[in-house]
Design a protein around this ligand. Structure first.
Ligand SMILES: Nc1nc2c(c(=O)[nH]1)N[C@H]1C(S)=C(S)[C@@H](COP(=O)(O)O)O[C@H]1N2
Ligand SMILES: [Mo]
Length: 321
């Protein structure tokens, strides 16, 4: 069977929100062929393999949705998927969209190891089979001072971690992205020490806002956005939200994350969005929302302070940035 690849979506076929919602309604009504006429570029279930088939089935049902971006409008699907940071494909903002088809997502498995009772390597379909999916609309703020609002589809990371029985030694959670320099052209350059690695404190990892996302805008996660499964930590700078995760390890000692290792003055371990702590080379007080003109004020903890400020009680956030 021909290997499945995520289709490149020509700009002329990009689906605005109303269209993808009507497509979802049609799909729910069992009218998949009618839906194909609505958005031909976005329907590709025929050759889908195990995890994709399972995910598409779930995406075609009504998922609970939480609007957690203060009513701010979502960034368009097009902007969300054509302006990306995914250095495995290069450092240009369009590189992930242009070269993303080289990411091999099928089959995909996730290794969960370290200080857990149930360690192992699990096929993504088995990981997904045990999880309840939901939509979460979150702000997304890059350390480079641009931002988006994205309707993610996923499940709380805590739900997965709990299933694997973290031991009392587990103090940090380490995440690793795919390493495949043959297909990922950016990995043939030493931008960071590949593979991309990120780390959360266990309480940050278990926080109900922390998601593992497998889709956006009601669609299977596009490659450029971190297919097939990525982290989303909405109160932290975007670099913490590691894409295309293959390994999750619970550990006692904190390793350095990739960006911290590369440049600790510019990319701290916590990386909480904080308008009062400037990046050494630019202000973090304001941000450019992709698709808008002008600047917005950046919100403390990206607007999630009520939910997360207690995690950092008593810490000097000027020092622990
Ligand atoms: N594996 C990997 N994950 C990554 C990155 C990357 O280069 N490689 N870039 C990070 C950065 S800097 C940001 S801002 C977000 C961007 O997510 P988006 O392209 O979906 O907006 O992904 C993060 N996750
Ligand atoms: Mo970023």
């Amino acid at each position: 069977m021909a290997r499945y690849r995520y289709p490149r979506i020509p700009e002329s076929e990009v689906t605005p929100r109303e269209l993808f919602e009507s497509r979802r309604r049609l799909l729910r009504g069992g009218l998949a062929l009618g839906a194909a006429a609505v958005a031909p570029g976005l329907l590709w279930s025929r050759e889908a393999q195990a995890w994709q088939g399972l995910l598409e089935e779930r995406l075609a049902t009504d998922l609970p949705s939480s609007e957690l971006a203060g009513g701010e409008s979502t960034t368009s699907f097009q902007d969300t998927t054509t302006y990306n940071n995914f250095y495995e494909f290069g450092t240009g903002k369009r590189d992930p969209e242009i070269y993303g088809h080289r990411l091999e997502t099928d089959p995909w498995s996730l290794t969960i190891e370290g200080d857990v009772d149930k360690a192992g390597t699990f096929a993504l379909e088995d990981v997904l089979a045990g999880q309840t999916l939901e939509e979460r609309i979150y702000r997304h703020r890059c350390v480079e001072a641009w931002s988006k609002v994205i309707p993610w589809v996923g499940f709380p990371l805590a739900d997965l971690v709990k299933r694997h029985g973290p031991t009392s030694r587990a103090k940090y959670v380490v995440f690793e992205s795919i390493h495949d320099p043959d297909n990922l052209r950016g990995q043939r350059r030493s931008i960071i020490d590949w593979p991309y690695r990120e780390v959360l404190r266990i309480d940050e990892a278990m926080h109900p806002l922390t998601l593992l996302a497998v889709g956006l805008y009601g669609e299977v996660m596009p490659n450029q956005s971190g297919a097939p499964i990525r982290l989303v930590v909405p109160w932290k700078y975007g670099f913490k939200s590691i894409k295309s995760v293959v390994r999750i390890a619970l550990v006692e000692e904190r390793p350095l994350s990739s960006w911290e290792e590369r440049n600790p003055d510019e990319y701290g371990f916590y990386a909480n969005v904080n308008p009062t702590v400037d990046h050494p080379r630019w202000t973090q007080a304001r941000e450019r929302r992709i698709g808008e003109s002008g600047r917005r004020e950046t919100l403390m903890f990206n607007g999630y302070g009520e939910e997360v400020a207690h995690l950092y009680a008593g810490m000097d956030l000027q020092q622990h940035y």
